[in-house]
Design a protein around this ligand. Structure first.
Ligand SMILES: *Cc1c(COP(=O)(O)O)cnc(C)c1O
Length: 422
């Protein structure tokens, strides 16, 4: 093996060959004023430089137009959310009217479960993955209780088989084939926040449907990270946040997807508000709710302009680059990272994320038995921003938009000094 491949110069050479789009982002400085090595884009994505312009234009238009800005401003607020429908649809593989930007992620999960979790005494269970993000667990358990069920019985957490760290698709399929008759809803994470596993959305959706259940996906860690085809995969509904891989800022607006097979139906129960009506007649203030076509019918309130503005800025970048080009760079960057880690620290850690490209996005979760905390604090001292989860896991997200091969090398260099073997 040629050691030159593992030098800083080699990493810089890879950056020259396969550059990121880092110049479009603000990278936070370390205490000494250098750019940090930011590997936390799975928690909060970095700010695109063009975001400030978009937000200040809305502030200017508000100052200039007051209420008239609903129709007079450069991006009229009345239809503000409609600007992101097509870009979001391209991002998640949907039709424009199947997606909408509204609310927060957990709020949207609840609103969608109002429509798609309709338990009966025989079919009332909700299947999630073991170790699901706490908010999702709270959401499904409270939905089950709301409908009068015992959450401990109604919520099923599918765990990996003994000796495995992640769920195998065939095990999910086998479980659903055997127990699916009691399941009303399958709602799993597209990419699991802790392990980084990318679940097989098409196969699990098909298995849920074959068992007679509906299937929704939490795409918080999938949107903007992996290519998605929600429409063709037959997903019933999905929701995701925009502040992780979508770089739209803390607490920014969520996205929701409802397959057109559902949104065209008039018998679907739904919590309703005025923004879900047809835009043409909304301001007639009619007493009866007349739903607009598509996922937009699930909107309750008028669009959060200051939360959607950063999403517009961010989605412009995704459209300019394209999800398939991003995914190509993502795989190259993460593969290189894995190779460096194996080289510099083999035997001291375990990657709990599947190594197989089809079963992961950019995130790698490292289990570092007994030394994760020590490593995390040495990394912080060296200007690395990454995330530590008890008891011994460090989550690292090399984001293809703004992380560099040099970032990977600098991380691996600290790793080698703290726990390494070579
Ligand atoms: C980040 C994340 C959330 C956060 O929920 P909010 O409602 O946006 O605060 C929920 N679920 C999953 C799976 C997440 O990764």
């Amino acid at each position: 093996m040629n050691d030159d491949r593992y030098s800083l110069a080699a990493a810089q050479g890879l950056d020259a060959q396969d550059p990121s789009w880092r110049e479009h982002f603000w990278v936070p400085p370390t205490a000494s004023g250098d750019e940090c090595i930011y590997l936390c884009g799975n928690s909060l994505g970095l700010q695109p430089k063009r975001t400030r312009q978009l937000v200040s234009e809305e502030l200017d238009d508000w100052a200039r137009f007051g209420v008239e800005g609903h129709f007079q401003s450069r991006r009229p607020w009345y239809s503000y959310h409609e600007q992101v429908s097509e870009p979001l649809a391209r991002l998640v593989g949907a039709k424009g009217h199947e997606v909408v930007a509204m609310n927060g992620l957990t709020t949207n999960l609840h609103l969608l479960m109002t429509s798609f979790y309709r338990p009966t005494p025989e079919r009332y269970r909700i299947v999630i993955e073991a170790g699901a993000f706490p908010s999702d667990r709270y959401a499904v358990a409270s939905q089950a209780r709301f409908h009068g069920f015992d959450a401990d019985d109604a919520v099923v957490e599918l765990a990996p088989k003994a000796g495995q760290t992640t769920l195998l698709t065939e095990d999910v399929e086998a479980w659903l084939a055997e127990h699916g008759h009691s399941v009303a809803l399958v709602m799993i994470a597209g990419v699991q926040y802790y392990t980084g596993q990318w679940h097989d959305i098409r196969r699990i959706t098909a298995a849920g449907h074959a068992a007679g259940a509906l299937v929704g996906w939490d795409l918080a860690h999938a949107a903007g990270n992996v290519p998605l085809n929600l429409h063709d995969d037959g997903v019933d509904f999905a929701a995701f946040c925009s502040y992780k891989y979508l770089n739209s800022g803390p607490g920014s607006v969520s996205g929701a997807f409802v397959h057109e097979r559902w949104s065209q139906r008039s018998d679907i129960p739904r919590f309703e508000g005025w923004w879900g009506t047809e835009p043409e007649t909304r301001f007639e203030m009619a007493p009866k709710f007349s739903p607009q076509r598509g996922a937009g019918a699930w909107q309750l309130s008028n669009a959060p302009v200051f939360s959607i503005a950063p999403l517009i800025a961010s989605l412009e970048l995704f459209d300019e680059i394209g999800m398939s080009a991003l995914r190509v760079r993502s795989l190259r960057l993460t593969d290189y990272f894995l190779e460096l880690l194996d080289r510099f620290g083999a035997g001291t850690f375990e990657v709990i994320t599947p190594r197989h490209a089809a079963a992961r996005g950019c995130q790698l979760s490292l289990r570092v038995p007994g030394r994760a905390r020590e490593l995390h604090s040495a990394l912080a001292d060296a200007g690395v921003v990454c995330d530590f989860r008890v008891p011994d896991v460090i989550r690292l997200a090399p984001v293809p938009l703004y992380n560099t091969y040099e970032d990977m090398w600098r991380f691996a260099d600290v790793f080698r000094r703290v726990i390494g073997t070579s």
